[in-house]
Design a binder for this molecule. Structure first.
Ligand code: TRP
Ligand code: SF4
Length: 327
């Protein structure tokens, strides 16, 4: 039987190059070989943003538009919105009955996020149960593979533990999902830190060419290379790291060599990177423009994805109810 791939993305902002080179390129590769379910995890976004829900709906739509513009194909992959398939909440509730609270309290991302997101009260039931909802997301479609970044590995481990517990308590309904960590590059943002919406250092898929070029001009480089005549070290330069994801091998090799000898300057080097990014993003921009002008088409894609996902989800809930002698 074909393997099932399940993954979700939170609608916490506009998608950027980090999402493209990290997750989306991977999603795209996988849709060629497997049966893929990709959804926008709007309920997960609530777990940290429940106080300010004003933009979740808008971002959910933007994420779907970015997915379609990038090349996720609704003919191959099932693309949908988590909250439109209420079976996610049903399975979440049932799994919450069998998940020991200490497993959730031990989750390293639980403590980290609570400390890092200052000013928000994350002592909620929903935030603690975040990985249980994520487990429901995956099991609802009997996912075999879950493409995620390393930061999600603790969640995936919990998913596997909850899966084993369910299968042992009732009946083997679910395969044990595996994380797929296919060499996801860490894409640095314009300030050199990891590209992330919360650092305000992103280059977005919806930026214009002028914005991309302007943002690159401000991007930090090898800090030791102050003057044009100074020799640089691409190994410590975030611009070079992005080159490695975006540029042709010949350009990467050239920068790698000519930076060290000061043959190329940072302005020209950034110009080459801008050209590569513009080449990569131009088809996405064109598709985006089309989609924004055809809101009905986007609605239809979402409706069709929801219908397909719902059919699978209902079937799984029927099997779960039977295994648990419920319903
Ligand atoms: N927690 C994931 C993230 O923040 C998003 C997510 C929600 C997810 N449900 C999922 C990922 C199910 C994979 C499978 O990136
Ligand atoms: Fe970085 Fe390029 Fe400047 Fe070298 S030439 S320091 S790789 S921006």
């Amino acid at each position: 039987m074909a393997k099932r791939v399940v993954s979700g993305m939170q609608p916490s902002g506009l998608l950027h190059l980090g999402n493209l080179f990290g997750a989306l390129d991977n999603f795209m590769r996988l849709q060629a070989e497997h049966e893929c379910f990709y959804f926008v995890a709007d309920w997960h976004a609530l777990s940290t943003n429940y106080e300010d829900t004003a933009r979740i709906r808008e971002y959910t739509r933007e994420v779907l538009i970015d997915w379609l513009a990038t090349g996720l194909d609704p003919g191959r992959s099932t693309l949908f919105i988590q909250s439109r398939v209420p079976e996610h909440a049903i399975l979440h509730l049932l799994l919450s009955m069998i998940t020991p609270v200490p497993w959730l309290e031990r989750n390293p991302t639980y403590k980290e996020k609570q400390e890092n997101l200052e000013g928000r009260d994350l002592s909620t039931y929903g935030f603690l149960g975040y990985p249980v909802l994520q487990t429901a997301d995956i099991l609802l479609y009997k996912g075999d593979y879950v493409p995620v970044g390393v930061d999600q590995l603790p969640h995936l481990e919990l998913t596997r533990e909850i899966t084993r517990r369910f299968n042992a308590l009732y009946k083997t309904v679910f395969p044990e999902p595996q994380a797929l960590l296919t060499e996801i590059p860490k894409v640095p943002g314009t300030d050199g830190r990891k590209m992330s919406k919360s650092y305000n250092n992103t280059i977005n898929l919806s930026d214009t060419e002028a914005t991309v070029r302007a943002k690159l001009k401000t991007m930090v480089t090898d800090p030791a290379r102050v003057r044009r005549t100074d020799k640089g070290n691409p190994d410590v330069c975030p611009v070079f790291t992005v080159h490695k994801s975006a540029s042709q091998q010949a350009v990467i090799d050239r920068v790698n060599k000519e930076c060290r000898t000061a043959e190329i300057g940072c302005i020209d080097c950034k110009g080459l990177l801008a050209d590569a990014l513009v080449a990569r993003l131009t088809p996405i921009w064109e598709k985006r423009r089309e989609l924004v002008q055809m809101p009905k088409l986007v609605d239809e894609v979402i409706a069709a994805g929801t219908t397909k996902a719902s059919a699978v989800a209902r079937q799984t809930i029927a099997e779960v109810n039977a295994a648990m002698r419920m319903g």
